[in-house]
Design a protein around this ligand. Structure first.
Ligand code: MOS
Length: 746
């Protein structure tokens, strides 16, 4: 962790609440007269319901209703054809299929809700749900992307179309070439906290929602559209979240259904989906196959790269992500072409999962870079440096900041890169083969519109407010640090209130954009308070009378003359003598600065040392070092935790995570945490995090770029590259499980 006296690593401001059970997650809220929903899922992957037996469920103890496509209350905003905005904040291109929850007997994916059972207790609802029986007319479900890759379609929209510069075939005609295919399996976010909603109609047109959402304002908007009511009448609260990783980036159909049923029944309703439903009802990282063709000259200069990706999506919605984008600008290369395709399968729709498409794409590109470095007999860092670019070759403009060279160097030192042998399989420690690998990560540094309010009270306390949800990265802590740095109010006198639509509007927590977006608004609101204090002081009769604003400085609750620190007044006294109990400022911060002039990205470099057991094929990540060039670090301790979390996810992505479908039935066979393996303590070594910590001069007043995604992006490639270095075997299909390693070694 970076040590900096001016920017001390403070503890997570909500840490105590979280570890003592004081933090209230959506499912912790209890309302009088509340009832419980349980979803019954389809047992087939494609077809129709031809018969539905709900009478036994209906008559079971405590049951208040069994809702199916035959009696589901209408959702007024869903009158519009599919593809409208009612499903969530991001309108999607239309497909020929339609999916509206409980609106038709048609089955589009295994696990699709066919009934929602409501009862007065969760146990009774669960029991009654087990009594619902369906008869189906079944069709074969197409769920295997590998079998249908050739059916890929170019999606509409910005992330779709083909890209190319220079000569399309340069990657194949260069002096040194390679072509390789890479596969990413289905991965599921699997946060600890299960998904769901608590919906309470407080009046005929007023609604209170506690939900697991990454954006309370987005949920408010989605529900306003679905129920055709004024967003002002919808209050959404999500203060704490037990992990999101992207599954809460939209409002899911079952949430809207619960709100509709709650209105019909006239009681508050709670839904918490179970772990196996988490695999189907709240998105996943799509199965993706990629091909990289790469050409270089003998001096190790890239001549051409062609990157093609084909990902699965649902039959009823096109989900797209930026899988191939990194290839367009990461390296100096005159000839680059990319292609992105979707195959519509009988599956539930994917969603962004941490790092999203960029993490998928980086695995392919950074594995290929390692393969090419090996062909050229070059050190993988040296190969990257020979193709380093100081300007963005996709848009022909400068980066707002880029300190990637420094990141390569610092990470290499920390991992002990000089111990790496160029010859794969040549380093041993007892029974273990040792290998080193590295990889680069990159993600857009976004800044979106956001608002924040700051209230400085005469008792010296400061309250900062924003609607933004903290999904776990430490948003509250980072906002506290920003306020502290502007106003000099001690950390323990600052309170951040967030996660509620009654607070100033904020974007959805995602895209690594929140410190940049909401932080800028907090910075502006606090700066407005500071300006007012300075004006008051210069007009005041006290020690600072007649001083110009630019002579004054604010720290530790005192305003003083910068060059004569003895001349000072306390903020508290200043406010009291002016009869002010509070200074209250709200600021709306605009989105990204001059994106026409600059390309804004955060960069990371991941280094790992792996140990591979040649007998069992087991791969252990023995050491990990991740270096982030994400501008100025606002909160060093939570930033380090962010990186550690990303690396932990990256170890899972590299070595263990894979949701497996039995394609005969179109159904998951490991949709539980016993069989779907996320990385656990025993899989995760001590992780060293290093921050370049140089402010970005363009993006925002803090100079901070995002870092949530780059913590993961590239990591899996670093592991694959290290496994190659340890064994001489290249594994291009994630996860790198012992069976694959053994197969290659024997
Ligand atoms: Mo993130 S995939 O933007 O939650």
């Amino acid at each position: 962790m970076t040590k900096d006296a001016k920017n001390p690593p403070i503890d997570r401001v909500d840490g105590r609440l979280k570890v003592t059970g004081g933090a209230t997650y959506f499912a912790d809220f209890e309302l009088p007269n509340m009832a419980y929903c349980v979803i019954v899922g389809s047992e087939i992957g494609r077809g129709r319901i031809t018969g539905l037996e709900t009478k036994r469920a209906q008559g079971a103890p405590g049951v208040l209703g069994v809702f199916t496509h035959q009696n589901m209350p209408p959702i007024p905003g869903w009158d519009a054809p599919v593809g409208g905005e009612a499903d969530g904040p991001a309108p999607k291109p239309k497909t020929e299929e339609t999916y509206r929850i409980l609106s038709s007997p048609k089955i589009l994916f295994d696990g699709q809700p066919i009934a929602i059972v409501v009862a007065d207790t969760i146990e009774r609802a669960t029991y009654a749900a087990s009594l619902v029986k369906a008869i189906y007319s079944k069709q074969a479900a197409r769920t295997d992307l590998q079998k249908h890759v050739a059916e890929g379609l170019a999606p509409k929209g910005a992330e779709g179309g083909n890209y190319s510069r220079g000569q399309a075939d340069a990657s194949q005609t260069a002096p040194v070439t390679l072509e390789a295919n890479y596969t990413i399996p289905i991965e599921v976010h699997n946060p600890m906290e299960l998904h769901g909603i608590l919906a309470h109609w407080t009046g005929s047109d007023t609604l209170m929602i506690y939900a697991k959402t990454q954006g309370v304002n987005a949920t408010q908007q989605a529900m306003a559209q679905a129920f055709k009511i004024d967003p002002k009448n919808i209050h959404v609260h999500t203060e704490f979240m037990g992990g999101g990783f992207g599954m809460g980036l939209r409002t899911w159909p079952q949430e809207t259904a619960v709100v509709a049923i709650a209105r019909k029944i006239g009681r508050p309703l709670k839904l918490v989906v179970n772990r196996s439903q988490m695999f189907t009802l709240v998105g996943h990282r799509p199965y993706t196959v990629q091909t990289i063709q790469m050409g270089a000259d003998k001096d190790g200069k890239l001549v051409g790269i062609a990157h093609a990706a084909t990902a699965e999506t649902a039959s009823y919605e096109d989900f797209t992500e930026a899988t191939v984008n990194m290839t367009k600008f990461m390296y100096a290369c005159p000839n680059v072409s990319t292609r992105y395709r979707l195959v519509r399968l009988d599956r539930s729709v994917p969603i962004w999962m941490r790092g999203p498409g960029e993490a998928t794409g980086a695995f392919a590109l950074e594995s290929a870079m390692d393969e090419m470095a090996h062909k050229l007999n070059l050190d993988p860092i040296e190969f990257r440096l020979r193709n380093y670019t100081e300007t963005d070759p996709e848009h022909n403009r400068p980066y707002s900041s880029k300190h990637l060279k420094e990141a390569y160097q610092k990470g290499a030192e920390a991992i002990g890169w000089s111990s790496r042998k160029g010859e794969p399989g040549s380093l041993r420690e007892g029974n273990w083969l040792i290998g080193y690998g590295m990889s680069t990560g990159v993600f857009n540094a976004f800044r979106w519109e956001a608002s924040a309010r700051a209230l400085l009270k005469a008792d010296g306390t400061l309250t900062v407010q924003s609607a933004v949800t903290d999904i776990g990265p430490g948003t509250g802590t980072a906002l506290t640090m920003i306020a502290h740095n502007v106003l000099g109010v001690p950390i323990d006198k600052i309170k951040v209130e967030y996660g509620d639509t009654l607070l100033p509007k904020a974007p959805t927590q995602g895209g690594s954009a929140i410190v940049s977006a909401v932080g800028s608004a907090v910075f502006d609101a606090c700066t407005a308070i500071k300006q007012e204090l300075i004006e008051l002081a210069s007009k005041d009769a006290g020690a600072l009378a007649g001083r110009q604003a630019n002579e004054l400085t604010l720290a530790d609750g005192m305003l003083s003359v910068e060059k004569e620190p003895a001349k000072k007044v306390s903020v508290t006294n200043l406010m009291r003598t002016n009869n002010l109990t509070v200074i209250d400022k709200t600021k709306d911060s605009k989105g990204g600065p001059d994106i026409q002039k600059y390309s804004m990205y955060s960069f990371s470099v991941h280094f790992v040392q792996v140990r591979v057991n040649p007998v069992t094929g087991v791969v252990r990540v023995a050491k990990a070092v991740s270096v982030a060039d994400s501008g100025r670090i606002v909160s060093p301790k939570t930033a380090a935790s962010q990186m550690i979390g990303g690396v932990t996810g990256g170890i899972g992505m590299a070595l263990t995570e894979e949701a497996v479908i039995d394609h005969r039935f179109g159904r998951f066979v490991n949709n539980n945490l016993a069989d779907y393996h996320v990385a656990v303590h025993a899989d995760v070594p001590a992780i060293e995090t290093i921050f370049i910590d140089k402010p970005d001069p363009i993006i925002n007043p803090m100079g901070a770029k995002g870092m949530g995604e780059i913590a993961l992006i590239g990591f899996a490639g670093a592991v694959a590259n290290a496994v190659f270095n340890a064994t001489g075997q290249r594994i291009r299909d994630l996860p790198i499980t012992p069976d694959k390693v053994m197969q290659k070694l024997v």
